[in-house]
Design a protein around this ligand. Sequence first.
Ligand SMILES: Nc1ncnc2c1ncn2[C@@H]1O[C@H](COP(=O)(O)OP(=O)(O)O)[C@@H](O)[C@H]1O
Ligand SMILES: [Mg+2]
Length: 325
Amino acid sequence: MSSNDAPQTSPVARPKTTGLHIGDAAAGVAKKDPIIVADGVTRHFGGMTAVDVAHLEVPRGAITALIGPNGAGKTTLFNLLTGFDQPNTGTWSFEGRSLANVPAHRVARRGLVRTFQLTKALGLMTVMDNMKLGQTGQRGERFWSSLIPALWKEQDQAIEERALELLERFKLDTKKDDFAASLSGGQRKLLEMARALMTVPTLVMLDEPMAGVNPALTESLLEHILDLKDEGMTVLFVEHDMHMVQHIADWVVVMAEGRIVAEGPPADVMKDKAVIDAYLGAHQDVDLGVVTGRIQVVRTEDAPTLSAEDITAAGQAEAEEEDPR
Ligand SMILES: Nc1ncnc2c1ncn2[C@@H]1O[C@H](COP(=O)(O)OP(=O)(O)O)[C@@H](O)[C@H]1O
Ligand SMILES: [Mg+2]
């Protein structure tokens, strides 16, 4: 930072987007302007049902958090919605058009991009080349402009400029010529998010964007996600950190055992009995301290509620147990 730079000011809290749903907030509630609509979507693995979503609408122009205990089916649902996996039953659409049998790369071209819980950056390519790979629908791919080298060159330059701009935003610009394999786990997650933005998507789906990201970077990552909304994008993200969810999400969808069990604004969802049940599962008859370790449940007689720490701790405890698939 040069001495001329303005001093860093703490970020101003940005307004939540409200009025997203129609009627009472509940699982499957209709949205005023849904960007994704899913109906009867199921996915079975052998005898087990990983996803069983009766109805889900994702509100446009807002940040929606998808939360739920480990194994709830969040990643599988992401895979289904983005064409990386196909459901056994159901219909689902993006911007009013069905996505059935649309492969992932064509889903991305329509403006729906996602990142992965376990990053997919290509280690033996440089950071810059990974970014360029994120670009689809390039002008140079089109017949006429490909006949005019000047246009092609101009476009190649534009791609590189956008890549550099995004790398600077994610503080990866000094690594642009390094192999992606040399990045830390957190930096690879940032690279993946930056790469997803190369296409200027309409809907960005982030699967645990914070997992493995150095705490020093999390604040700016939060700001980046809020910026996406300011730029007019819709965000759907999976996250265990309830502080983050409360801070940036306009809407929260809760999954458990493949189903949507609750929906609502962050503060309301935390008080929902179905959410408490989802996080404590079948263990409510057992001493909670023994079963869940770090989870401390705060219950009052008529208003049971989970604190952000409870849910975050539950998610982290599970994440630590998780196989690195
Ligand atoms: N490819 C697969 N084959 C078999 N079982 C799977 C597969 N993918 C996910 N599952 C199972 O589906 C359930 C939901 O998994 P997942 O969607 O990864 O949950 P979450 O992301 O909420 O932690 C889990 O029980 C998981 O073991
Ligand atoms: Mg997952």
